[in-house]
Design a protein around this ligand. Structure first.
Ligand SMILES: C[S@@+](CC[C@H](N)C(=O)[O-])C[C@H]1O[C@@H](n2cnc3c(N)ncnc32)[C@H](O)[C@@H]1O
Length: 527
């Protein structure tokens, strides 16, 4: 990300629109035309103001809140405000860092197993936070708006109040444009992430954010235009607030899984090497985390953003860890029924009953794959004589009715493995095509701004594609080795395919792989 920042230092953008609606934290809404000239600031832009954004919205306008992603001035003001507002003395402060641009760096020795942070609930933003503009909050609560859109609207409402909001120092230290796939245009997603299933996830997410905003606008904002003026509550500000939520919101297990923004704690960057997460600590009544290694003064302190694949980290946080450093990395392998299958219709019916469809993605890790993938492969290769078993296979592929029980059909094993191998090979060839072409992709670009943005996005895409392709190569290698072993020894291949590692299957991760639902309002985003 430090590299990203350097790349974009050349970009100049006007930072505020001329006309700004300021709302008072009272029952009145006032619209002011600013009397001072609009400030022109130097900012890093990862948005493409010339191409159509993915959700077919008007070109992105710069958000007037927040700061450059690496601003230390705003971070220092945040630190002072937090201390004045009750944050206890810390063993870290915010500094410029190599990983993540700004981060928390140890100022004292920190022991392994030590609890740190202690951010009090009064400094945490959740769905229960008090609105400076209380009428707006009451309206949203009356409509039973779920937590994510509620907090997104809250953030915009507080941001628009600028200095009158108690969160003004926090909001000023947030990135003006979070790194997130929400800011990639449809053309960029198609071009750079063509080989990866993350493209689909990004499109789905962008559509869900757009749909959520449209739903709020139609059902609430349009009925209360004085409380929610369009100059403030629009698609662009929602893109910003959802970008902030995707990259900073945390789920606190000890507070019944409530989601929250935790100022200060959200300056911690992610490392795939640590296994420690933020949570509310009932005994000290603050948000803490327990270190899983010691830190010396000057060392950056890390937490884990969850056991996420590189693609999921890119999707929400806008970065890709270095290749081979993420033990939780995975790639989505697309599997489909064959159109020429004599039992195509019967298989589709069986899958439908268990919430699956004729094309389905399953996650593949370097250490193995889920039993569901194998069950799906059995179904795909099953001959018409096994029609009586289609339901059982579909159920096992959905992991609903069998309770994770493994299905083994010895007479179909070889075909099922061959089918998985073919699917891996077809995915690998898509990555190879992209990676080979990526060397010459940007030659026709004339605008330096475009070139910089393209170079940055392309680098992220190349890193992602390399890491995903690596997992597929590994699966291909193991499958080919398994075929060899089976041929020589006649052993059941399933045992060769555990990759020598116990397969630990995380159901939540599976759900994330399935993408979100299109139902608005009930939609819940994964973090
Ligand atoms: C919760 S914030 C962390 C604080 C952030 N660095 C800041 O200055 O506001 C998450 C963002 O930090 C950056 N980040 C966190 N961990 C990173 C990592 N391992 N590599 C690169 N960027 C990282 C990404 O931009 C991500 O969207």
């Amino acid at each position: 990300m430090a590299e990203a920042s350097r790349i974009f230092q050349t970009t100049l953008m006007p930072s505020l629109s001329q006309s700004l609606s300021l709302r008072k934290p009272s029952s009145q809404t006032i619209s002011l035309r600013r009397t001072t000239p609009a400030i022109i600031r130097c900012t890093i832009s990862t948005s493409d103001s010339t191409a159509k954004p993915a959700a077919e919205n008007p070109p992105s306008l710069p958000i007037p809140w927040g700061c450059d992603v690496d601003s230390l001035d705003n971070a220092a003001a945040l630190e002072k405000w937090l201390t004045d507002s009750g944050l206890p003395p810390q063993k870290m402060d915010i500094q410029r860092v190599d990983v993540g641009e700004r981060g928390l760096v140890a100022t004292n020795n920190i022991r392994k197993g030590e609890k740190i942070l202690f951010v009090p609930p009064s400094l945490v933003i959740s769905a229960n936070s008090e609105w400076s503009f209380s009428e707006a909050g009451e309206v949203l609560k009356r409509y039973d708006v779920p937590d994510w859109p509620l907090i997104a609207t809250y953030l915009i409402s507080e941001a628009s109040l600028m200095k009158s909001s108690r969160w003004s120092n926090y909001i000023s230290a947030l990135p003006r444009q979070p790194y997130s796939l929400l800011y990639w245009t449809r053309a960029e997603l198609d071009r750079y992430l063509e080989a990866s299933q993350i493209r689909e996830r990004a499109i789905e997410r962008i559509n869900n954010v757009t749909g959520t905003y449209n739903d709020l606008r139609e059902r609430i904002f349009s009925k209360h235009p004085n409380l929610f003026p369009e100059e403030v509550f629009n698609m662009e500000t929602f893109r910003w607030s959802f970008g902030i939520l995707f990259s900073r919101l945390v789920r606190l297990p000890s507070l019944d899984g409530r989601v929250a923004l935790v100022p200060w704690a959200d300056m911690l960057n992610h490392s795939c090497d640590v296994e420690t997460f933020l949570d509310y600590d009932k005994s000290t009544k603050g948000v803490v985390f327990t270190t899983d290694r010691p830190y010396q003064p000057g060392e950056q302190v890390f937490i884990s953003y969850g056991r996420k694949s590189n693609g999921e980290l890119l999707l929400s946080y806008g970065f890709v860890p270095r290749q081979g450093t993420n033990p939780r990395d995975s790639v989505e392998l697309p599997l489909s029924l064959k159109r020429s299958d004599k039992c195509y219709q019967e298989k589709v019916e069986a899958l439908k009953k268990h919430g699956l469809s004729a094309s389905q993605c399953f996650p593949l890790q370097v250490t193995g794959w889920p039993l569901e993938l194998m069950a799906y492969a059995y179904l795909v290769v099953s001959p018409p004589s096994m029609i009586g078993k289609f339901e059982e296979m579909a159920a096992a592929a959905s992991n609903k009715s069998t309770g994770g029980k493994e299905i083994i059909i010895p007479e179909l094993e070889e075909q099922a493995f061959q089918y998985i191998l073919d699917s891996c090979e077809s995915s690998i060839s898509k990555y190879t095509k992209f990676l080979q072409a990526s060397g010459s992709m940007d030659l026709d670009i004339t605008s330096p701004k475009q070139l910089n943005r393209k170079a940055f996005l392309k680098q992220l895409a190349v890193d992602l594609c390399n890491s995903e392709q690596r997992i597929l190569f590994r699966a291909q290698y193991v499958l080919q080795a398994a075929f060899g072993t089976w041929d020589r020894t006649g052993h059941n291949k399933t045992h060769c395919l555990t990759f020598g590692v116990t397969w630990d299957w995380d159901k939540d991760w599976y759900k994330m792989g399935q993408g979100g639902t299109k139902r608005l309002f009930l939609f819940s985003f994964d973090i």
